[in-house]
Write a protein that binds this ligand. Structure first.
Ligand SMILES: Nc1nc2c(ncn2[C@@H]2O[C@H](COP(=O)(O)OP(=O)(O)OP(=O)(O)O)[C@@H](O)[C@H]2O)c(=O)[nH]1
Length: 440
């Protein structure tokens, strides 16, 4: 079971075995302890194997080199070999350290082998007692068996030891009671220690899980907040209806462009775009259709502009565009393209065919200006001049004659307004000395 599936239910309650009452949590704990248990198991097995072989030295001093000694050695070697084999198997497959069967088979073999030494060497009473105590402690402290199996193994060890001692009269009866007390004490101590260790481990594990759950919840919360912040930032920048920059964002970006243009000595032009007779669309078809039409006009304008151009909604049915690197001639050409993009084909708004036109007022930001306000006013004046002179046209306001716009007749290209051309009111294309339309 994955950590996520036991989320929110880290039940710290433990049973008499010092295991989690929740079986899923216990299984998860045991799985997470697998590597640790495997390591512990390997060490325990090597310790038992070494102990068994070491005690053969004592056998050698106590038993003469006869058949009994050979049998003892054979038994000790068998146990040591079984332990070594299991240790190597656990090294290969750590999951074996938590399998009841192989652990208990080796425990059974070890304990039986130990009891057999009683028979083969009835003289070494104290040696046997020491072996029983050692193996008992190893079974409790190092073999990562579950508590009932540890208790069962030790019960077999103690009862076998008592039976063997009585059967083969190994211990004088005066020492039997003391030995029993000693074994009972060792078992009590072992049980209490295992219980305490198990509880501590599981309490720590539960705390760790809780901490992990809290961290995960915090991560989710942080991600949600970041998303919300990003959405808010987006909402603070974008006009929700048309998807273009809102007025505040437009002026942030346009101001950056103005400073860059000023620094690099490059041109920057502003276009004020207003939809003609938009009120009539609202009145005739309703605001919902008006909204859709606004969105489509913004999209058509965007499709004509370059990535570096900045378009924003100025308010109502008015848009504003900053054209970096565009002098008035280029700006006028771009504005004409915008105008054509809108008027060349009626908008298909929700099945309705809406013929729309726009009027555009243009001004260039002058190098001497420290903000966008003045050029904005000029563009606004040009726009209103365009409205006044019939709409559906581009009007350019020259910085040299800011109060006097030049209006031309669509769809002809309209040159930069100057005092001279206003005075003569000659057709734009016929004006001599103007540079031809083209990139700035
Ligand atoms: N549907 C819709 N209409 C809007 C929105 N903002 C402004 N308007 C409408 O746009 C219309 C603008 O009307 P006017 O300022 O009289 O301009 P016009 O009708 O376009 O006329 P001219 O600009 O003189 O050609 C008003 O009816 C506003 O209600 C909007 O977000 N959605």
């Amino acid at each position: 079971m994955a950590a996520e599936s036991i989320d929110h239910r880290v039940n710290k309650r433990l049973d008499w075995r010092a295991e989690f009452c929740d079986p899923a949590l216990e299984a998860f704990f045991r799985r997470s302890m697998q590597a640790h248990d495997a390591c512990q198991m390997r060490h325990a097995l090597w310790v038992i194997a070494c102990l068994f072989l070491t005690f053969s030295l004592a056998d050698y001093t106590l038993v003469e080199a006869d058949e009994a000694f050979t049998a003892l050695m054979a038994m000790r070697l068998t146990v040591a070999l079984a332990c070594a084999l299991l240790a190597m198997a656990v090294w290969q497959r750590p999951s074996l350290a938590q399998r009841t069967l192989p652990i208990n088979v080796v425990c059974l073999l070890t304990i039986t082998g130990l009891l057999m030494t009683f028979r083969l060497n009835p003289e070494g009473a104290l040696l046997h007692l020491a072996s029983v105590v050692s193996v008992s402690m190893v079974l409790y402290l190092f073999v990562p068996n579950r508590l009932p199996w540890r208790l069962a193994g030790n019960a077999y060890l103690v009862s076998g030891c008592i039976v063997a001692m009585l059967l083969w009269s190994i211990l004088p009866s005066s020492l039997l009671a003391t030995s029993l007390l000693l074994m009972a004490f060792v078992n009590l101590l072992g049980w209490m220690t295992v219980n305490r260790l198990g509880r501590l481990q599981r309490e720590q594990f539960a705390l760790l899980l809780e901490e992990r759950n809290t961290n995960r919840r915090l991560e989710v919360e942080i991600a949600e907040r970041n998303l919300l912040e990003e959405r808010l930032r987006h909402m603070a920048r974008i006009d929700p209806l048309t998807g273009v920059a809102n007025r505040r964002r437009f002026f942030e970006l346009a101001e950056q462009e103005r400073r860059r243009a000023n620094r690099d000595g490059t041109p920057l032009s502003l276009c004020m775009v207003d939809i003609d007779h938009f009120k009539a669309i609202n009145d005739r078809h309703g605001h919902a259709i008006g909204d859709l039409a606004l969105t489509m006009v913004a999209a058509r304008c965007q499709s004509v502009l370059r990535e570096s151009d900045i378009i924003g909604r100025y308010g109502g049915e008015e848009f504003i565009i900053a054209l970096p690197l565009a002098n008035l001639i280029t700006a006028r050409n771009i504005a004409e393209r915008l105008r054509h993009a809108i008027c060349r084909q009626p908008l298909d708004v929700d099945g309705l065919c809406l013929p729309l036109t726009i009027t555009i007022g243009i001004s260039r930001v002058d190098d001497s200006e420290t903000g966008l306000e003045e050029s904005l006013q000029r563009a606004d004046r040009a726009l209103y001049a365009g409205k006044a002179s019939g709409r559906n046209r581009v009007v350019v306001m020259s910085p040299e004659a800011p109060g006097v716009p030049f209006t031309g007749t669509p769809p002809r290209l309209i040159p930069v307004a100057t005092a001279a051309n206003v005075a003569t009111a000659a057709p734009a294309e016929a004006r001599a000395g103007e540079p031809p339309p083209g990139p700035a």
